[in-house]
Design a protein around this ligand. Structure first.
Ligand code: NAP
Length: 313
């Protein structure tokens, strides 16, 4: 789309649709179970950078009728107190989902914390079991941000199958799960990272670029091919403003579609987390539904099952 710029892939309208479906699920759940579904949010110290994000999640819970419970562990607390707090939530039959503030204080090992979460309550897909299920193509909980990066393409009817995709970033919570999801959607995927030589060459070849590096202005117009689809997952604060990892002004004129920051992946991540919570709640009512052995076997089955596994209608 020369001159005018790409189609804007806004997360807001899709998030609204998902929240609407979640609200209906919540009403039905309350009728069946007699209480509201519960999301527990574990934080270690209120000065954590993720407090703003967690506050948004708690407000979103309220809007759809989910009870958000803030579980505060002293910022100076030991690793074992955080693990014990999570184990107490695992044992509480009212708690359907658990998320933990990231990053953790440096004295607390990430591995100890993620392994403490009951995989059936791990609605942000950080437990090794859920990471493994994703890798193997079985149903599990997906990391919400990676899920959002691919869901925005699917819901915007952007073709993924057979296309060349580059993911910039290889973190366990965003880059790698986004890459696995794109492979599941039958893209041909290259994962780039800080040691990649000649990033621009890889990006130039890509028909879809997902950027999750935490590096403002990393992808510029001179690096992309005309018609590229760009998903910007980055959230950076520059001169008091929130910007992504993509130099929006130089990339938009060349792209066919692009997510804005803010307003792209962020709202969708938040809504998908609520959808994951309802999937967990329903699975805990009838565990056989979520523990069934369902490999992703073929493209058509894959799409249906992936949609089902996301708890999204
Ligand atoms: P992370 O753990 O810091 O990982 C960043 C990744 O980007 C790493 O794999 C790193 O490579 C790579 N990278 C960094 N600089 C690079 C460069 N110059 N060239 C190529 N690759 C580079 O971050 P994350 O947790 O994945 O988050 C990524 C971004 O997404 C951040 O901006 C974060 O704020 C944002 N985010 C957004 C949402 C949302 O809802 N929209 C949610 C979570 C995170 P190495 O592996 O070699 O170090």
């Amino acid at each position: 789309m020369p001159g005018g710029g790409a189609r804007l892939l806004q997360g807001g309208p899709i998030a609204t649709e998902i929240r609407q479906a979640v609200s209906e699920d919540v009403v039905a759940y309350v009728e069946r179970v007699g209480r509201r579904p519960v999301l527990a949010v574990v934080i270690c110290g209120r000065d954590a950078p993720s407090m703003v994000y967690l506050g948004q999640i708690l407000r979103s819970c309220e809007k759809v009728g989910i009870e958000g419970r803030l579980v505060e562990v002293d910022g100076e607390a030991s690793e074992s107190s955080v693990v014990e707090a999570i184990q107490a939530l695992n044992g509480d039959p009212e708690v359907n989902g658990i998320i933990v503030q990231m990053p953790l204080p440096p004295t607390i090992r990430l591995r100890a914390v993620v392994e403490a979460i009951d995989p059936s309550r791990d609605i942000d897909g950080i437990h090794p079991m859920n990471a493994g299920l994703l890798r193997l193509g079985y149903d599990g909980f997906l990391p919400a941000t990676a899920h959002a990066a691919v869901e925005i393409l699917r819901r915007s009817a952007i073709e993924i199958e057979g296309r060349r995709a580059v993911v910039i970033g290889r973190s366990a919570v965003v880059g790698m799960p986004a890459a696995f999801l794109l492979v599941r959607e039958n893209a041909t995927v290259t994962v780039c990272h800080s040691r990649t030589r000649d990033l621009a060459r890889h990006v130039k070849d890509a028909e879809i670029v997902v950027v999750a590096a935490g590096h403002p202005g990393l992808v510029t117009g001179s690096m992309v091919r005309r018609g590229v689809v760009v998903v910007d997952v980055g959230i950076n604060v520059v001169d008091g403003a929130i910007v992504g990892d993509v130099d929006f002004d130089s990339v938009r004129p060349l792209a066919s579609a692009i997510t804005p920051v803010p307003g792209g992946i962020g709202p969708l991540t938040n809504a998908l987390l609520l959808a994951h919570l309802m999937r967990a709640a329903k699975g805990q009512e009838a565990p056989s539904e979520t523990t069934r052995d369902t490999p992703i076997a073929s493209p058509i089955v894959s799409r249906d099952r992936v949609a089902a596994s996301r708890g999204v209608r």
